[in-house]
Design a binder for this molecule. Structure first.
Ligand SMILES: Cc1cc2nc3c(=O)[nH]c(=O)nc-3n(C[C@H](O)[C@H](O)[C@H](O)COP(=O)(O)OP(=O)(O)OC[C@H]3O[C@@H](n4cnc5c(N)ncnc54)[C@H](O)[C@@H]3O)c2cc1C
Length: 460
């Protein structure tokens, strides 16, 4: 590797790139990482972390309201968006410098610049400087997409800008039905904005269990979020300081902010990938093998740019596995099965494993256990809400193959349930586990009555 200035050049200092750089350096590699925006990437700068801080902020409203039923009298609460954003920005800046410091401490050189491939072993950084590298890791993540062009699209913002609005909008129209759209609907709604969520499909949260999708929508509507499905934004027109939004169903609405959360695409353009022979897949991401190796043997790709499962822990695992494989002498493939996921919406969702629909397609027999009830907290608060829990069980082996939860603490529960699903725990193991009372999670070990059982339909 001595013909090269570095053993590894990483393009992108996000979740995957940072982890890969640090571990490769710890394995003794000379590593350089280029980041064109801010070290930490989407998760830290404009994804998971700032979003969760905003989610926390948005949930205080309900807490203040609920407190009354428990005997509290509170002065009228007021909310200040600029304070929240300033505090959030301070925390993000702290995290960014912590990430940079950890990389530097591990001996990684950070270059704050856009990087592009000029040949299979050469990366160009700022001022035309070229760096020769034995291995190159593409960890450039993804970016928001806006779908079809419509009149006035230039007025719409994405989640990137939503984190930096100068003030809390009185009325927000959000287009999209995925987790980012639904989470921002909860954030703005909780903070006091009037929210309209528009989605072209038949229901929000495609890919989640159908009961979960139904439950979340109903509960969001109870919290005064207007959900319009089977519809899209057809045009946005600026009128004074507001926007006039025309929908495909002919209706109209005004908005202070129009946000599109209609998907994200891998960052593969204008970085020289095609030119050096890196193959791209139908999903728009890099084609990689189980070790994250692209079609060019010394070029690898991890995280959202590969468009496998676009979540931070997955990008981190892939980055770590890459470094162990190439520089640690320990070939490691990442297991992408049973990845837990959450939607930090209001109500919250936590899920792992197969949905009922997926199980019914794959398994000879699927047993379903469901429970829906008013949580204890809602008895005194008087809040009109229910929690929902569902176990999807392989009717032949008794293995729990899916767990789906909607309600307070759902994400925390799903992380724990993921261990059991990953281990291959059986429904009988759940039944043998003592309940922890009084909790919502205890319902997972006390569901005795099967709600339904389905044999796989014979293929025609
Ligand atoms: C609003 C939002 C909320 C999210 N919430 C969650 C969540 O709750 N949980 C979860 O697990 N995931 C969440 N995600 C997804 C998560 O952020 C991503 O899966 C994760 O950040 C992917 O990591 P990555 O390393 O692949 O890419 P990124 O973190 O996106 O990092 C890529 C980096 O590469 C840089 N870059 C790109 N091109 C170049 C170039 N040519 N030269 C130099 N630098 C370049 C970019 O600036 C970026 O910093 C969320 C995403 C968004 C947008």
């Amino acid at each position: 590797m001595s013909d090269y200035e570095v053993d590894l050049f990483v393009i992108g200092g996000g979740s995957g790139g940072v982890r890969a750089s640090r571990i490769a350096a710890q394995h003794g590699a000379r590593v350089m990482v280029a980041e064109e925006y801010r070290v930490g990437g989407t998760c830290v700068i404009r994804g998971c972390i700032p979003k969760k801080l905003l989610v926390y902020a948005s949930r205080f409203r309900a807490e203040f309201e609920d407190a009354e039923g428990f005997g509290w009298t509170l002065p009228q609460a007021t909310f200040d968006w600029p304070t929240l954003i300033a505090n959030k920005d301070k925390e993000i800046a702290r995290l960014e410098s912590a990430y940079s410091a950890t990389l530097k401490k591990s001996g990684v050189e950070i270059v704050k610049t856009r990087a592009v491939l000029v040949d299979p072993h050469t990366v160009q950084v700022a001022d035309g400087r070229c760096v020769r590298a034995a291995y190159i890791l593409i960890a450039t993540g993804g970016a928001p997409t806006y779908g079809d062009s419509i009149p006035g699209l230039e007025h719409a913002i994405s989640s990137n800008e939503a984190f930096h609005l100068p003030e809390l909008p009185a009325h927000v129209v959000i287009q999209g039905g995925g987790y980012i759209a639904v989470e921002f609907a909860g954030i703005f709604g909780g903070l006091g904005s009037q929210v309209t969520l528009v989605y072209r499909g038949d229901n929000i949260l495609r890919g989640f269990d159908d009961d979960v999708r139904k439950h979340v929508r109903q509960d969001m509507e109870k919290r005064s979020i207007r959900v319009i499905t089977g519809c899209k934004i057809a045009a946005i027109e600026k009128s004074g300081s507001h926007f006039s939004v025309r929908f495909s169903n002919g209706n109209q609405s005004t908005a202070d902010v129009v946000m599109f959360a209609t998907g994200r695409a891998p960052n593969v353009n204008k970085i020289g990938l095609r030119e050096v022979g890196v193959a791209l897949g139908k999903n728009g991401g890099l084609v990689v093998d189980e070790y994250s190796r692209t079609s060019v043997p010394h070029i690898y790709g991890v995280g959202d740019v590969t468009n496998r499962i676009n979540l931070t822990p997955v990008a981190i695992r892939e980055g770590h596995a890459f470094a162990d494989t190439v520089f640690g002498g320990k070939p490691t493939a990442v297991d992408h099965v049973h990845v837990p996921t959450a939607v930090f919406s209001d109500p919250e969702v936590g899920a792992v494993g197969l949905t009922e629909a997926e199980a019914r397609l794959r398994l000879a027999q699927t047993d379903v256990y469901k429970s829906m009830f008013k949580p204890l907290k809602a008895t005194l608060s008087g809040r009109d809400t229910t929690v929902f829990l569902k176990l999807v069980v392989d009717g032949i082996t008794d293995r729990v193959v899916g767990c789906h939860i909607v309600g307070e603490g759902a994400a925390e529960m799903a992380q724990m349930a993921a261990i059991t699903v990953k281990m291959g725990a059986k429904k009988a193991d759940f039944d043998a586990t003592m309940a922890l009372h009084p909790t919502i999670a205890e319902e997972l070990v006390t569901m005795r009555q099967r709600s339904a059982s389905y044999a796989r339909e014979a293929a025609e």
